[in-house]
Write a protein that binds this ligand. Structure first.
Ligand code: ARG
Length: 395
């Protein structure tokens, strides 16, 4: 029998895929669960469920550290936000796909499989990455068989496939964020029920007492909280915990998918909102006006590449070179205040600050104010000419 390697999460789609690959495609199935910071129970459950359904081999790959340093940190430096959503699912897909390719090579598999449907973004992200690194055939059983979610549930029930604790939502989770979609949320006027949140408290349930937090950055990435140095993975986890506790990071948007469909998405991304907001605050004091303007365009292009599944596009690497150079000066401390869903900036400082307190001060006498007069005189001269020529008669 030919071997297929399946990206496995133990959710409905991928659980159904194991059986479909065995029954309808007649293949030997090897599953891989790539740990990018989804709940530990899910990683454990994947191992159990894979064996219960009957795979020939199951791999668990801990990629949390690599996900943080090679993906999340790049996203922080680029302020990677798509239509208001700090990219999380989209960020992890290329890494998961690369890990699957590694296993497929090792196992001499002829095919790689994923559980994506034909309507979403993840099929693009997985397949573009796989194609950039492997000649394996790609099989997407749910899409191939045009299955609906309820058809999958019926298939699972009639084939002894254990289903996860029942949730009607489609949820994807990694270290950088949690996305919740589907079921009643498909109606954009239906409010996300409180019990569907898992990482964040509502502002009503958040502590009354505000928390002041200092986030330290080195070359564009967070390295310490309140003066305490933390490893990359731990600092992200801690920011998620603190932000979530104070009700930061709930995002409810209408999102434009790659294929053009609008979809209603809910995210919980407390750490990402906290870190990116602080990072932008620090950039404001160290980057020049020209750099900031350019960086905001770079950020938009960079985010679109990630969202659209084009992590391996050379432009992304080109932009990383530029971003890394700019970020060499993005070091310093940002102080924020968290309270009941509010994130307020209290202060910022950096050894690379371009801020000249003395020159800008209202009390400064050293800079002679009168010297500016020559420059002001011709300022806006084109607009003045235009107004004189074109608007005079109409007034
Ligand atoms: N719409 C989001 C994105 O494309 C999240 C999709 C997550 N997938 C899921 N099965 N919930 O980035």
């Amino acid at each position: 029998m030919e071997k297929v390697v399946l990206a496995f999460s133990s959710g409905l789609d991928t659980s159904v895929c194991i059986k479909l690959l065995q029954e309808k495609y007649d293949m030997e199935v090897i599953t891989v669960c790539v740990d990018v910071g989804q709940p530990e129970e899910e990683v454990e459950r994947s191992k159990l469920v894979a064996h219960e359904i009957g795979v020939s081999k199951h791999y668990t790959i801990d990629a949390k550290e690599e996900f943080t340093t090679e993906f999340i940190f790049k996203a922080v430096k680029a302020n990677a936000i798509y239509e208001g959503y700090p990219l999380s699912t989209a960020l992890a897909r290329p890494l998961i796909a690369m890990k699957i390719v590694e296993v497929a090579e090792k196992e001499d598999a002829v095919a790689i499989s994923h559980g994506c449907t034909g309507k979403g973004n993840d099929q693009f992200r997985f397949e573009s990455t796989i194609r950039s690194a492997s000649n394996c055939q790609i099989i997407a059983p749910v899409r191939d068989l045009n299955l609906t979610r309820s058809e999958e549930i019926t298939y699972a029930e009639t084939h002894g496939i254990p289903l996860p604790v029942f949730s009607n939502y489609s949820i994807d989770e990694n270290l950088w964020g949690r996305s919740i979609e589907g079921d009643i949320l498909e109606d954009p006027m239906v409010e996300m029920p409180e019990d569907a949140f898992n990482w964040t408290r509502s502002s009503a349930d958040a502590p009354d007492e505000p928390q002041i937090l200092e986030i330290e950055f080195e070359e564009g990435v967070p390295v310490a909280l309140d003066g305490k140095k933390l490893d990359p993975v731990d600092i992200i986890k801690e920011c998620n915990r603190i932000g979530g506790l104070h009700g930061i990071g709930r995002v409810d948007i209408m999102e434009d998918r790659i294929i053009g469909l609008k979809s209603r998405e809910n995210y919980e991304t407390p750490g990402a909102i906290l870190i990116i907001t602080a990072h932008q605050t620090l950039e404001q004091i160290v980057l020049t006006r020209e750099e900031l303007k350019f960086a905001s365009n770079v950020s938009e292009t960079y985010s679109e590449l990630i969202y659209n599944g084009l992590w391996h596009e050379p432009l992304r690497e080109d932009l990383d070179c530029l971003i890394n150079n700019m970020q060499k000066r993005v070091s310093g401390i940002v102080r924020v205040r968290l309270n009941k869903g509010n994130l307020r900036i209290l202060g910022r400082k950096s050894p690379f600050s371009l801020y000249q307190e003395q020159a800008v001060s209202f009390e400064d006498k050293e800079t002679d104010q009168r010297e500016i007069v020559g420059m002001i005189k011709n300022y806006g001269i084109q607009a003045a000419c235009y107004q004189n020529i074109c608007k005079k008669d109409n007034s």
